[in-house]
Design a protein around this ligand. Structure first.
Ligand code: SME
Length: 162
């Protein structure tokens, strides 16, 4: 049986990310299947932050992004490079923070509750493996603290888990 983890959600985000990082290192196991690890990763992230309504992976198959492990409402299954926030992040290989999804041209609506989001590209030796997509029902939910910590965590995933 998997160990449950307890986290004090009243802490500031930077502290939550520090705890989260050590939880992830314990929960994920290099010898497990990739889908297994990514699935538990999305669960840990969703359970840690109340501001997250949807978190999941879109994985790159050398042509398009396809829906991977996630937590949240049913989502669109495929995204072309350059389309929406995920496709733009994947194409540019850059993290994108969107404070108000209604102001991002071409934003793909999967969950009408989503008001802001952050998308982090998963890169290994500059090769695109996919993106991590995180949505919030609050406007401007993500900032530089999220960006720096999530880029660090995604780097751990691509180096140690993929
Ligand atoms: N927000 C994404 C689409 C995926 S859903 O939010 C799960 C986008 O515009 O890329």
């Amino acid at each position: 049986m998997a160990d449950e983890f307890v986290i004090d959600k009243s802490q500031p985000d930077q502290k939550l990310y520090l705890e989260l990082t050590s939880i992830i290192r314990n929960v994920l196991n290099k010898n497990d299947n990739l889908i297994t690890n990514l699935s538990n990763f999305t669960a840990v992230l969703k359970q840690t932050f109340d501001k997250i309504s949807w978190v999941g992976f879109y994985l790159f198959d050398n042509e398009k992004l396809y829906l991977g492990p996630f937590q949240g409402k049913v989502a669109c299954t495929q995204i072309e490079l350059g389309k929406g926030v995920c496709g733009t992040s994947a194409l540019k290989k850059k993290t994108i923070i969107v404070n108000d999804v209604n102001e991002f041209p071409g934003h793909i609506v999967c969950d009408s509750d989503s008001k802001s989001e952050i998308v982090i590209p998963l890169l290994k030796n500059n090769k695109l493996l996919g993106v991590l997509d995180i949505d919030s029902p609050f406007l401007s939910a993500f900032d530089e603290t999220d960006k720096q910590n999530l880029e660090y965590i995604c780097n751990f995933l691509t180096e140690e888990i993929f």
